[in-house]
Write a protein that binds this ligand. Structure first.
Ligand code: MSP
Length: 657
């Protein structure tokens, strides 16, 4: 069996994955499944790219180690692995760049390029923030200052290792311009014009300003640049320079790298140059797919505009989501994601076209033939042009589909399949089985032939849909009575493979129609709840920068006060009026805008804290003499307030200091 190796990019586990990441992995999965269907021995790799400064900083912010941080996102509940399981991703291997075997391989690879002279020690020029002891590149600065503390930076140099990328410039140019290495072709010009022709500079491939990376073993204050570490995953996962696997030696490399458009530069310039340096074969090809956009812009967690694949898969089903992603957006270009488009595709293609075809056909076989077609039904009876047309279209479908799948155009492959499904639905109208059924004696044989043709066309389409909707197609085959041996690639180009006496089973509705209005409202609610869940549990006010001198502070007179009475101020939604015992023997009145947090009756009898030497002020026409102290914070985006209550043993009027 011919080997076929295909990879997705390995994901940064700095945040939860969104629908854009899911798109890339589902597309690669469909291609991998297509190749398996086609009879290839497939190895499909995905994984996570876990090193680098960003992960280190995020872990610090979260107060955990970088390893704990990535473990949670990769292995934890609803993490990367869970998502791929949910989406029915058929990867054969999952690499984490923190896996020991990968780390050891990267150290050997780095050393080999160093010993060869392709990696050399030099100085990395950048900007330095002295108080933070941090190196920054020009593009990382915020308004020309340190992005962490906002203070000015100075020019500085840091010792670093460099890869001789410039040495490979001509070979890379030739590779891109004169071969089909980089696809789609439209991406070549961009690489050549923007990066190669202006001159390829040597690439800085080590850092000393942080530690979360693969240490350079012969100079351990350096860690290997995260892209060098990440790109070689495609071969270390096969066992290159390690004993974990032996697939590299068994000829699995080279393979196909599917990547998003923003990382085409790394995959089509840096990656082949390093492979040339290592004297390894280059990937068969690199395909740069487009982005899923939201409201015309890239999804990003910082913009708060990410779409959660869990919500969509749970609501509409994994197969419907997989199908939508690949049917709707041309793989090589950008596409605008919307919940409306998703629901529309499910309703039109899956519920109306495919779902109806299956349910109408199986229902008619049930109604007119008790579920089993009679012998002889495959042979033409009173043939019409539409019989031949349907049959010809179905028989030609596999070739058209193959041509598109081979050129990474799953959306057009699916369009071809749906042309046949639509043709089959039209065939039902043209042959009018319900009219034939009126006289079974005269037309029974013709009716059986029509239904047989419909089942055959459905079977062929379903085979080609396996890579996109594997679970649903299993159910569909069960409904139309197609056994495993006629769900194969070969049988997708052959007509009349179903036995004539096929028995259908009317099963569950494979793709129920969605009430768009209701689903959109529910989605909006679920998305809002998910966004809220992402908010920090507790957020506190930033600390005041300005210092207050001790004498000024001491001027504030804080006292314990007891609530004698409390009532809502009429016509005010916020204000509560407190009558307080402040120990002086004369009641003190304070108004406080806290009705959203307390009901008046729950506060009577409590001992609170008030600042009592503020000048009186009028609120809603009533005088307020002082202010009650409370603690405020934000929880899941919602403001919270708690009055400061002290021990009831403290007498009214006691001074707080
Ligand atoms: N870690 C690198 C890849 C290293 S490969 C040796 C990386 N990771 S990533 O998590 O940021 O992105 C992984 C993939 O998801 C990329 O191919 C990227 O293009 C893809 N997508 C992220 N957002 C996307 C969309 N909104 N739409 C489509 N794909 C997108 O880059």
């Amino acid at each position: 069996m011919e080997k076929y190796y295909i990879t997705t990019p390995i994901y940064y586990p700095s945040d939860k994955l969104h629908i854009g990441h899911t798109y890339c992995t589902v597309a690669t999965d469909a291609i991998a499944r297509y190749k398996r269907l086609h009879g290839f021995d497939v190895m499909f790799l995905t994984g996570t790219d876990e090193h680098g400064q960003k992960i280190e900083s995020k872990a610090n912010e979260a107060g955990v180690t970088p390893q704990e941080f990535v473990d949670k996102i990769v292995e934890g509940e609803r993490g990367v692995k869970d998502l791929w399981k949910l989406m029915n991703i058929s990867n054969d291997r999952f690499i984490r760049t923190t896996d020991d075997y990968h780390v050891a391989s990267i150290q050997k690879i780095f050393k080999k390029m160093y010993e060869k002279g392709d990696i050399y020690k030099g100085a990395y020029k950048g900007k330095y923030c002295t108080p933070c002891e941090s190196f920054w590149t020009e593009s990382q600065l915020k308004d020309g200052c340190c992005p962490d503390c906002g203070r000015p930076v100075v020019d500085a140099e840091e010792e670093a290792y460099f890869f001789r990328l410039s040495k490979y410039a001509d070979r890379i140019r030739d590779l891109l311009v004169n071969t089909d290495f980089l696809q789609p072709r439209s991406r070549v010009n961009e690489m050549v014009k923007n990066f190669i022709d202006p001159g390829l500079e040597d690439l800085c491939v080590s850092r000393t300003s942080f530690t979360w990376g693969v240490p350079v073993d012969f100079d351990p204050k350096h860690v290997v640049y995260v892209w060098v570490d990440a790109l070689f995953n495609y071969v270390t996962a096969l066992g290159f320079m390690n004993d974990k696997y032996d697939d590299f030696d068994k000829g699995w490399w080279p393979g196909t790298n599917i990547v998003g458009k923003e990382i085409v530069r790394f995959h089509s310039i840096i990656w082949p140059a390093m492979l040339m340096s290592m004297e390894l074969p280059l990937p068969k090809n690199v395909f740069g797919h487009g982005w899923l956009l939201l409201d015309g812009g890239k999804m990003s967690k910082s913009k708060g505009n990410v779409v959660d694949p869990y919500i969509l898969a749970e609501k509409f089903g994994v197969d419907a989501l997989r199908f939508f992603l690949l049917r709707t957006f041309p793989f090589g270009s950008d596409g605008n994601f919307s919940n409306e488009a998703l629901i529309n595709t499910i309703n039109v293609d899956l519920a109306n076209d495919l779902g109806n075809l299956v349910s109408r056909t199986t229902a008619m076989v049930g109604k007119y033939f008790g579920g089993t077609l009679p012998a002889g039904c495959a042979a033409p009876v009173a043939p019409m042009d539409c019989d031949a047309d349907l049959k010809a279209m179905a028989q030609k479908l596999r070739d058209a589909y193959e041509a598109n799948m081979e050129t990474y155009a799953p959306h057009t492959a699916l369009a071809e399949v749906f042309k046949v499904i639509q043709r089959a639905n039209k065939y039902i109208d043209e042959t009018a089985p319900w009219a034939l059924a009126k006289d079974m004696e005269a037309n029974g044989a013709r009716l059986a032939h029509v239904l047989y043709n419909l089942l055959e066309a459905t079977r062929i389409c379903a085979i080609l849909l396996i890579p996109f909707m594997p679970e649903s197609m299993d159910k569909l085959f069960a409904q139309i009575g197609a056994a495993a041996d006629i769900q194969t690639w070969d049988s997708a180009a052959q007509w009349a493979k179903l036995p004539e006496t096929v028995t259908v089973t009317k099963g569950e509705n494979l793709f129920p129609r969605i009430d768009a209005e209701k689903a959109l409202a529910e989605l909006a609610e679920a998305e809002a709840a998910a966004k809220k869940a992402l908010l920090p549990d507790v957020e506190i006010e930033p600390y005041a920068e300005e210092k207050v001198d001790f004498d000024t502070f001491c001027k504030s007179d804080f006292r314990a006060v007891k609530v004698k009475a409390c009532e809502a101020v009429k016509k005010s939604a916020k204000l509560l009026k407190f009558t307080l015992d402040d120990g002086t023997g004369v009641d003190r009145q304070i108004l406080s805008g806290i009705h959203a947090f307390y009901e008046p009756e729950e506060l009577v009898g409590k001992t609170l804290v008030a600042i009592v030497n503020l000048p009186p002020r009028k609120m809603m026409g009533q005088e307020s003499c002082g202010m009650l102290l409370s603690a405020v914070h934000t929880e899941k985006g919602e403001e919270k307030l708690n009055l400061i209550m002290v021990d009831d043993k403290i007498p009214a009027g006691a001074k707080l200091c």
